[in-house]
Design a protein around this ligand. Structure first.
Ligand SMILES: *Cc1c(COP(=O)(O)O)cnc(C)c1O
Length: 386
């Protein structure tokens, strides 16, 4: 299997970051490869496959409805478009020209994140309410109106913020749906189900993070009418109206044309692989993390033996243990360590979220057998040779 990368001169990396898109995501379980491979042997009608997989996934996750996307970002974009158009063909065909449509999307300042970029291609305008450490209910209530398409909500942020339940209550009083970016909030399944109990209308999830599915997969879960509206803006519409089976794009009353989601299509291997990964996850939640965590123990041992300053933590978002390793006094020490690790013959990567205080972090999720020791040695050597 290494032949492909070796042949191109692309070094296989040691990934201590975890499910990072820039590192290709996680190594996947052979059950997931097998499902992807099986799907690739035969053609199918994609809208029919999407619909059937969506029904099965909704059942597995306990969600009202589900639609497979190419990632959480794509799910945020498609969910926003669904909230703006309701799947109406005349509106879908007009995007990103939002004339006459609900187009404002509200978000608490504390919830802002670079992934908010996903909302913009629909033509929607993101509007921040509140401040980085607090939002008042009135600030949301006052901002709502009949030109608001959705409230975007990102759970797990600290501060005196509006809870999801409070946000949903206020938004629903204005008939506005709440879209949750749950990319690092689910799994676990209880956390996911609580989002719906609290009033989320749509939840965007990553397939390639904690669910350990294909990197270019994700999910939009939630209200059946909004999920149904997604097909109309995402499915391939290279069809004639007279011979076109309604399927997932039902509700279009004009000749089908490609919607704004067409540039983020999913292949049948993404759907098949994500479905297989979710079946595994639901059977034994978190069970596939054990081998990586055993590798992390090895990294910790090698680091301690090598004299590195290391502490063990729990990554609450991804629900896995993590290591914090001191690189030095501040960000510059982290820069030096990270650059030294990346320059090695087997390049190694570690988390940089705590760089400002001189710490690099290590996540176990992408560590393969032997990676734990190798990563520990790489860090000890890089710290020594500065
Ligand atoms: C990773 C991430 C996304 C994007 O997920 P993809 O599946 O890679 O598109 C969105 N929001 C947050 C908070 C994330 O961490």
């Amino acid at each position: 299997m290494t032949g492909l990368y070796e042949g191109l001169g692309v070094p296989v990396a040691l990934n201590g970051v975890g499910p990072a898109t820039r590192l290709g995501g996680l190594p996947l379980h052979p059950d997931v490869w097998a499902a992807m491979q099986e799907s690739l042997a035969s053609p199918v009608r994609m809208d029919v496959f999407e619909e059937a997989a969506g029904r099965r996934i909704a059942e597995l996750l306990g969600a009202p409805a589900a639609y497979v996307t190419s990632g959480a970002s794509a799910a945020m974009l498609l969910g926003t478009a669904a909230a703006m158009t309701g799947g109406r063909a005349d509106l879908v065909d007009r995007l990103p020209d939002t004339t006459g449509m609900r187009r404002r999307v509200l978000i608490q300042a504390a919830h802002r994140d670079p992934y908010d970029r996903a909302v913009a291609p629909t033509g929607a305008v993101l509007e921040t309410i509140g401040y980085p450490d607090s939002t008042h209910p009135d600030e949301l209530d006052r901002a709502l109106g009949d030109d608001v398409a959705a409230v975007l909500y990102r759970p797990g942020k600290p501060g005196n913020l509006l809870s999801l339940a409070a946000t949903a209550e206020i938004a629903h009083a204005h008939d506005v749906p709440v879209i949750v970016d749950g990319a690092v909030h689910a799994p676990g399944l209880e956390r996911l189900r609580a989002l719906f109990t609290d009033g989320a209308d749509l939840v965007a999830l990553s397939g390639g993070k904690g669910f350990r599915g294909p990197q270019a997969s994700g999910l939009l879960l939630g209200r059946a009418d909004l999920v149904a509206a997604v097909g109309a803006q995402h499915q391939d519409m290279d069809e004639r109206l007279t011979t076109w089976p309604p399927g997932l794009a039902a509700g279009r009353r004009t000749p089908p044309r490609h919607g704004p989601g067409r540039p983020m299509k999913v292949g049948r291997e993404q759907i098949a692989g994500l479905l297989a990964a979710l079946e595994r996850y639901v059977r034994d939640p978190g069970g596939d993390e054990a081998p990586g965590i055993a590798e992390l123990d090895e990294t910790e041992r090698v680091l301690r033996e090598g004299g590195a300053e290391v502490t063990r933590h729990h990554d609450a978002a991804l629900d896995v243990p993590s290591l914090h390793v001191r690189a030095g006094d501040g960000a510059a020490a982290v820069d030096a360590l990270v650059l030294a690790l990346a320059a090695r013959p087997v390049p190694a990567y570690v988390g940089e979220a705590e760089a400002w205080r001189g710490i690099v972090t290590i996540n176990p999720m992408a560590l393969r057998p032997g990676d734990g020791v190798a990563l520990g040695i790489a860090i000890v050597e890089s710290l020594e040779h500065r």
